[in-house]
Design a protein around this ligand. Structure first.
Ligand code: B12
Length: 213
């Protein structure tokens, strides 16, 4: 495995060069780097960019450019993670999405990718998912777990709205609800009646396994 390729990958993301980032992600995999290590390199990079943005050293278009470059490389890493997971029988079904008003995709996608790699059937509803969409999909798919992500303080409350709608629809007792994302804490998760919270995507996978054990 080549550290140099991972460094070049991070540089490509920071230079908003999605095409190069995708090529370098593939190159890292071809060199034998574990898919999870490539994913970690991408995650560390977007966090670094986010910190620079938070400190006022970068502007929003630069953040958007880096996030776009990361998302261009992600499908290659996702495919490798899925391939590493093989074709096991489903460990359970999970419906996941980022809540209404929130377009942050990266953390939720990583969580879904790791679940898929671990043998779960995952229905990823994407971003800006309204209460009605969650409820309709849960009725149709009958998942074991619904997982919600929120990165904005103002959208965190949407998770409670989904839980309330599940209760009104008589669906709450039949499934586990877990929450995550930068705007969420253990205390908040407990206050809205979620069954579990994890600050990280790998921790979320462990949580799902524990809840379904
Ligand atoms: C990238 C980014 C964006 C990108 C998103 C691109 C995309 N395709 O996702 C863009 C540029 C579009 C964006 C827009 C905005 N953003 Co923004 N963004 C970020 C940034 C820098 C990184 C987020 C990220 O992807 N992190 C990397 C991933 C891997 O981390 P993560 O999402 O937290 O996920 C991890 C865990 O939380 C967990 N997890 C996540 N979801 C789930 C779900 C479950 C079930 C589980 C178990 C775990 C889990 O697993 C992941 C890995 O272990 C953060 C700052 C930061 N440091 O987090 C700001 C941040 C979240 N954004 C912020 C803001 C304010 C905005 C904007 C309003 C614009 C602005 N003024 O900056 C808009 C909002 C648009 C909207 N309506 O949603 C604020 C939120 C503040 C707040 N508390 O409300 C932050 C914190 C920046 C800041 N310091 O101000 N953003």
């Amino acid at each position: 495995m080549s550290e140099r390729t991972l460094t070049d990958l991070a540089t490509a993301v920071k230079e908003y060069d999605g095409e190069n980032a995708a090529q370098l992600a593939q190159q890292a995999l071809d060199e034998g780097t574990e898919p999870i290590v490539v994913l970690d390199a991408l995650t560390a990079c977007i966090r670094e960019v986010g910190d620079a943005f938070g400190a006022g050293d970068l502007f929003l278009p630069e953040l958007v450019g880096a996030a776009d470059a990361m998302e261009t490389a992600m499908p290659i890493v996702v495919a490798a993670l899925k391939a590493a997971g093989g074709s096991r029988t489903s460990a359970g079904k999970v419906v996941a999405g980022t809540v209404a008003g929130d377009i942050h995709n990266i953390g939720k996608s990583i969580f879904c990718t790791l679940l898929t790699a671990d043998g779960f059937e995952v229905i990823d509803l994407g971003i800006d998912v309204g209460v009605d969409k969650f409820i309709a999909t849960i009725k149709e798919e009958e998942p074991d777990v619904v997982a919600m992500s929120a990165l904005l303080t103002i959208t965190a409350q949407e998770q409670q709205n989904v839980i309330a709608a599940l209760e009104s629809a008589g669906l709450r007792d039949d499934l586990k609800v877990i929450v995550g994302g930068g705007a969420i804490s253990q205390r908040f998760a407990e206050s809205i009646g979620a069954d579990g919270y994890s600050p990280t995507a790998p921790g979320g996978v462990t949580l799902v396994k524990e809840l379904l054990a």
